[in-house]
Write a new protein. Sequence first.
Length: 145
Amino acid sequence: MAIAFETLAIAGAALFAAWALYVSLVEHPARMETGPAAARIAFRSSYRRAAPWQAAFASLTFASGLAAALVTSAWAWALGGVVVGAAVPFTLLVVMPTTRRLLASAPLDDRDAGALLRRWGRLHWIRSGLGAGGLVVLLLAAHLR
């Protein structure tokens, strides 16, 4: 049973981290090159597709990391799960106000749209860091097993 929870935690963290890093390193910078108006349109489209998956991977990692810790008494699994899982409340509490403004149908001038998109990109790097950091903790937990 432990190996199943450990595997799910690592897989969820790897998927979350890879996806978040792709967005931070590739997708969002490419979107920003199109100009604020076009970038906002692209943001709306990609965000609606990606958000459910990212939340699912972070939640899976959180739950399976905690389960692995309970089964094995190796609390590094819980730490890794909590680090990745922290992306969900961080997104809801910190990133979501910016996201909502970008998703809203209300018009934004290019300066405001550009500022919001840049802010969102900076905040997303924190999500990427949570994913990568949590994955490292989980891999160390597996190595120390």
